[in-house]
Design a protein around this ligand. Structure first.
Ligand code: ADP
Length: 245
C-alpha cells in the first residue's frame, strides 16, 4: 500500500513537477553538457525538448531521473530535491517516474504481459491488482491480442507501445520519453504520439525529447530548445523550426 500513498503525495504537490534551478552539469571529461539552466515544468504540461545532437537533452533527462547529479544547482522532481535523495531512496524515486527510450528496452525472454507485470512486481503490487491492471494498460495501447507474444515477435511500433504500457502501469505523475519515435516509421510515430497525448489528457506530465520536426510542428505543444547546454528558446505552442542551429 505504501506505493499508493507515495503517488498520492506526489500528486498533491502544487509546486512545479520539474524544476531546474541554475543547473550545470560538467562531465569528468570536462564537457559542459548543461550550463546554468533554469526550467519550470508544471503539472499536466506536455513539453518537447529539442535541439541538435550533443546539445544536452539526454543529460537533462538523466538529471531528472537522478541518473547523474548536477555539478551546480538543484533539480526538483515531483516535489523532491534530488540532491537530497539518499542512495537507498533513488531506485524507489526512479520507479515513481515513467520512462521510455528509443530502443524500447524490453525483457526479451518475457512476454508482453510479463514485461508490463514486472514493473508492478518490483514495487510489490499485489498479484490481484497486477492481473487487473496489466490487461487494462495493454488494452489502452491497443495490444490486447498480443499478451503472450515475445518482443521479437512484435513490430517496432508494438514494442514501443509495450514499453509505454510498462512505463504507465504504476500511474506515474511524470512520463519522460527520450526519442520515443527514433526507431519508428511515421505511422507508428504518430500512433505513439497520439497515445502520449491521451495520457497527458488524463493528467500525466510529459516531457518528450525528439528530433521529429513534423511531429513537433504539428502538435503545437510547449517547445524548449536547447543548444550547447543552454535554453535558447521556450515557447508555448512552439515549432521545431527554431531548433535549427
Ligand atoms: P543530446 O542528448 O542533446 O545529444 P547529451 O546530453 O547526450 O546531448 O550530450 C551533451 C554533451 O555531453 C555532448 O558533448 C556529449 O558528448 C557529452 N556527454 C554526454 N554524456 C557524457 C558522459 N557520460 N561523459 C562525458 N561526456 C558526455
Amino acid at each position: 500500500m505504501a506505493r499508493y500513498d507515495l503517488h498520492r503525495d506526489l500528486r498533491d504537490i502544487d509546486a512545479p513537477v520539474i524544476l531546474f534551478d541554475n543547473v550545470s552539469k560538467t562531465y569528468q571529461t570536462g564537457t559542459h553538457a548543461v550550463n546554468d539552466i533554469s526550467l519550470e515544468i508544471r503539472k499536466g504540461e506536455f513539453v518537447f525538448l529539442v535541439g541538435s545532437s550533443g546539445s544536452g537533452k539526454s543529460t537533462m533527462i538523466k538529471l531528472m531521473l537522478r541518473a547523474c547529479k548536477p555539478s551546480k544547482g538543484r533539480v526538483y522532481v515531483a516535489g523532491r530535491d534530488l540532491g537530497r535523495l539518499r542512495r537507498s531512496q533513488v531506485s524507489k524515486f526512479r520507479r515513481s517516474i515513467g520512462v521510455v527510450f528509443q530502443d524500447f528496452r524490453l525483457l526479451q525472454d518475457r512476454t508482453v504481459y510479463e514485461n508490463v507485470a514486472f514493473a508492478q512486481q518490483v514495487v510489490e503490487t499485489p498479484s490481484r491488482v497486477i492481473k487487473q491492471e496489466v490487461p487494462k494498460m495493454l488494452a489502452m495501447v491497443g495490444l490486447s491480442d498480443k499478451l503472450n507474444a515475445y518482443p521479437r515477435e512484435l513490430s517496432g511500433g508494438e514494442q514501443q507501445r509495450v514499453a509505454l504500457a510498462r512505463a504507465l502501469v504504476n500511474h506515474p505523475v511524470i512520463l519522460l520519453a527520450d526519442e520515443p519515435t527514433g526507431n519508428l516509421d511515421p505511422k507508428n510515430s504518430w500512433e505513439i504520439m497520439r497515445l502520449l497525448e491521451e495520457v497527458n489528457r488524463r493528467g500525466t506530465t510529459i516531457v518528450v525529447v525528439t528530433h521529429n520536426r513534423e511531429i513537433v510542428d504539428s502538435m503545437q505543444k510547449r517547445v524548449v530548445t536547447i543548444n550547447n547546454g543552454v535554453i535558447v528558446r521556450d515557447e508555448q505552442k512552439g515549432g521545431y523550426a527554431h531548433a535549427k542551429n
